[in-house]
Design a binder for this molecule. Structure first.
Ligand code: GLV
Length: 323
């Protein structure tokens, strides 16, 4: 019997590739950069499975070019790169990799928060550039953390793990927004669900963990930054398009808020000429939240399990559009 053909849109860790290769014929895109859309369409044309990354757009045009496709296994927990209704309409199952990157992502959210609050980027740059002239009694002042208020926008797994670290380690009070109340957060972290406006007004730290969808696109604009405290630190580890970056740059430049730490931007990569890089109170890292070997291996295994289930017609372990 012929083995299912699968296109893998980038080299992912061997643990995932080997598992898939035991069941399927793999065509692995070897380049550092994603396949251009027309190349992606050409490669999936006779495939039963596709392993996509968050940089690969899976839309109706791609699906129409791949009539045999049964499964799209995204090597990510987020799946805003995929037109899920278009997949569902064609009977194509979509898998993602939840759970295994929760801790690594929460670690990056906390790292960005601490670094931005205590001005690590600009003070380190000053030291390196020879602007460290003496011990400065009034210099490089940051923000305290102990007992401050943390606002979690989107109390899912990653929001919870971030709040747990900051509540447990620094005794932060936790406010959150979520589509539904989160009894675990209320019980374990003494957290309180509030409306976004209240969260913005009360929080010293605002950390964004909501997924990107039509209701969250552009959620943070000039009006939201204006509601925040002047001492507030804003952290985003979810998706760039939740934030109006022009408004964020203005808020950071004018002192509307104190600092920002971003793991995600719009677009990605954000080119070095972007105004946000010129701001000393803005720290940007290149979407590295899940970048540890253990995490990426676990993602690769989950991604492979979804893919193998999909090509063999079994239910996906993590499916975003189950039948
Ligand atoms: C990364 O951003 C992911 O969604 O896994």
């Amino acid at each position: 019997m012929s083995r299912p053909k699968v296109f893998v849109a980038r080299r992912i860790p061997e643990s995932g590739l080997n598992a898939m290769a035991a069941h399927c014929d793999l065509d692995v895109w070897p380049e550092q950069l994603p396949p251009p859309p027309e190349e992606l369409r050409r490669r999936v044309a006779d495939c039963t499975g596709l392993v996509s990354l968050l940089t690969d757009r899976v839309d109706a045009a791609l699906l129409d070019a791949a009539p045999k496709l049964k499964v799209v296994s995204n090597f990510a927990v987020g799946f805003n790169n995929i037109d899920v209704p278009a997949c569902t309409a064609r009977g194509v199952r979509v898998g993602n990799t939840p759970g295994v990157l929760t801790d690594a992502t929460a670690d990056i959210a906390v790292s960005l928060l601490l670094a931005a609050a205590r001005r690590l980027p600009d003070s380190a740059a000053d030291a390196k550039a020879g602007r460290w002239l003496t011990w400065e009694p009034l210099g490089w002042m940051g923000q305290d953390l102990v007992g401050r208020t943390l606002g979690i926008v989107g109390m899912g797994r990653i929001g919870f793990a971030t709040a747990k670290r900051l509540h447990g380690g620094w005794g932060m009070k936790v406010l959150y927004t979520a589509r539904a109340a989160k009894p675990d957060a209320d019980r374990d972290l003494g957290a309180r669900r509030v409306e976004l406006d209240e969260l913005l007004a009360q929080s010293d730290y605002v950390s964004v963990h909501a997924d990107l969808n039509p209701t969250t696109k552009g959620l943070f604009g000039a009006a939201q930054f204006a509601r925040m405290k002047r001492s507030a630190v804003f952290v985003n580890t979810s998706r760039g398009p939740l934030v109006d970056q022009t408004a964020l740059a203005a808020a950071l430049r004018n002192g509307t808020i104190f600092a920002a730490g971003l793991d995600v931007t719009d677009p990605e990569p954000l080119l070095p000429s972007h105004e946000l890089y010129a701001l000393p109170n803005c720290l940007i890292v290149p979407h590295i939240a899940s970048a540890t070997p253990d995490t990426r291996n676990a993602m690769a295994r989950l991604c492979a399990n979804n893919l193998i289930a999909g090509v063999t017609g079994a239910p996906l372990p993590h499916c975003v559009n189950p039948v």
